[in-house]
Design a protein around this ligand. Structure first.
Ligand SMILES: Cc1ncc(COP(=O)(O)O)c(C=O)c1O
Length: 464
């Protein structure tokens, strides 16, 4: 009998070596370079514990999957009950009861949509949406936004605006048109050909936490309707309460033709994805009995994923986590914004609920200007490491930079965050930002080391 916890305990100290030898060596190099190789050994709620027992506040939540926090007892109970129940999982020549229940409960929260298609991940939900849209409209075109991130499989990658992800993998899907986010004129022009199947958009963009203008999503949906284009909201990151509403589109009273979910729907434990859509779109693809399996995936609708989804919805309600996301988000936004007048490189704090960006920009004062330029010449966006590394090492807070070359740090914590956790975040940011404004100082010595490292790895960057 394999006991995973004992196996983990016996071998966890070898993890970097195992990965260096058998998996992604570059990931290990990256962790070692920035000093994140602390060997996390346990997770509970919003916290992670390293090999020495030190507690960290997790503002990444596994890229947004641990909305309920790690190892939530209700999730564990649901999953163990699936295994204990000896259920007839994935019969394939039957239909799943748990999938039926989860679909019904999801649609009850999004009453203008009629059907659910389940997948195994966010990117698979995007692939399904592309197929539904092309099949329902008979059109080939797809419109997406600058700074968009919809996943990394070929269809989703064709709608990915970051060249770092695209380069080396071309050719991608043809007929994909990129428009600036928040630009209705550009969208109108892109839709004019009448050959666009779908406009796919994140209501709040994950890369950078870019918020829509107040009228953008409503007007974009209206433009799509007029052009016969389907309006698809990618709520894979923003959905399930992250922004203080069940769906982020609710902030702007928009009713998309399709809504994509994944990440938090799994409770973090089991991969899952879902497309919620209108019946006429669904029925165009699944239009005949002999096409009942024309799109799908072997593991989709598996009992563990479906049970995790049902439990997740239950916990969101029972613990009022959507309200908590709204309240804690307000607390953080208010406190972080109050710091702005004190720090010249702190340019903007923005977000909704518990999806927040803290954005930095070039200083005015001469003493900081030279230091900023040195870092930027080495690698665009390197400044943020002068905040995230001290946040991690000194304040035990795990965060991320909001995208390649970005000057924003992103907060994507579990929705179970407490008031005390928010105070921890605010005092840690205050301290790290204050230190970054002191030149010379320990932080800028770190900056010099990082810049030298970046120049050694990519000597061309100094010319940029
Ligand atoms: C908005 C959005 N769409 C799609 C995806 C892809 O999801 P997955 O990583 O599960 O394939 C992500 C992942 O970060 C995302 O943030």
């Amino acid at each position: 009998m394999i006991d995973a916890a004992s196996l983990f305990a016996a071998h966890e100290s070898e993890r970097y070596d195992l990965h260096r030898r058998h998996l992604n060596e570059q990931m290990v190099r990256m962790l070692r370079t920035i000093g994140y190789d602390v060997r996390f050994c346990r997770g509970e709620g919003a916290y992670l514990y390293d090999a020495s027992g030190t507690r960290y506040l997790d503002l990444l939540s596994g890229f947004g999957v641990f909305a309920l926090g790690r190892n939530h007892p209700a999730l564990r109970h649901a999953l163990i009950s699936v295994l204990g129940g000896e259920l007839p999982n994935l019969v394939q020549f039957d239909v799943s009861t748990l999938a039926g229940i989860l679909a019904e409960r999801l649609l009850a929260r999004v009453p203008y949509l009629d059907k659910v298609f389940f997948a195994n991940s966010g990117t698979e939900a995007v692939e399904a949406a592309i197929k539904f849209a092309r099949c329902a409209t008979g059109r080939g075109g797809l419109v997406y936004c600058e700074h968009a991130f919809h996943g990394l499989t070929y269809g989703a990658l064709s709608l990915n605006a970051d060249d770092v992800f695209r380069r080396g993998f071309e050719p991608l899907l043809p007929d994909c048109i990129r428009v600036p986010f928040n630009d209705l004129d550009a969208l109108e022009r892109a839709l004019r050909s009448r050959d666009v199947a779908a406009f796919i958009v994140e209501p709040i963009q994950g890369k950078g936490v870019n918020l829509p203008a107040d009228d953008y999503l409503q007007n974009a949906a209206a433009l799509c309707r007029r052009a016969g284009t389907l309006f698809v909201a990618d709520e894979i990151q923003t959905g399930l309460g992250r922004t203080g509403r069940f769906l982020a589109v609710e902030h702007w009273n928009v009713e998309p033709d399709m809504v994509l979910l994944a990440k938090a729907l799994s409770g973090g434990h089991v991969p899952v994805g879902a497309v919620l859509l209108r019946k006429p779109i669904f029925d165009k693809l699944f239009n005949r009995m002999d096409r009942a399996v024309v799109h799908g995936s072997t593991f989709a609708k598996n009992d563990l994923a479906m049970a995790a989804g049902i439990a997740t919805l239950d916990v969101l309600d029972a613990e009022r986590l959507i309200e908590n996301a709204a309240d804690r988000g307000e607390q953080l936004l208010r406190a972080l914004k109050q710091m702005m007048p004190r720090y010249e490189m702190l340019k903007e704090v923005r977000g909704k609920g518990l999806m927040i960006a803290v954005e930095f920009g070039p200083p005015q004062s001469l003493r900081l200007k030279a230091a900023w330029s040195l870092l930027e010449a080495a690698t665009k966006g390197l400044f943020c490491q002068l905040i995230t590394i001290p946040l991690f090492k000194e304040h035990k807070i795990l965060t991320q930079v909001a995208g390649h070359g970005s000057h924003a740090i992103k907060l994507l914590p579990p929705l179970v965050l407490s008031e005390a956790d928010c105070e921890w975040i605010v005092s840690a940011f205050e301290s790290a930002i204050a230190a970054s404004h002191r030149v010379p100082g320990a932080v800028w010595s770190l900056g010099k080391t990082l810049a030298e490292h970046a120049l050694r790895t990519n000597p061309k960057s100094s010319a940029a």
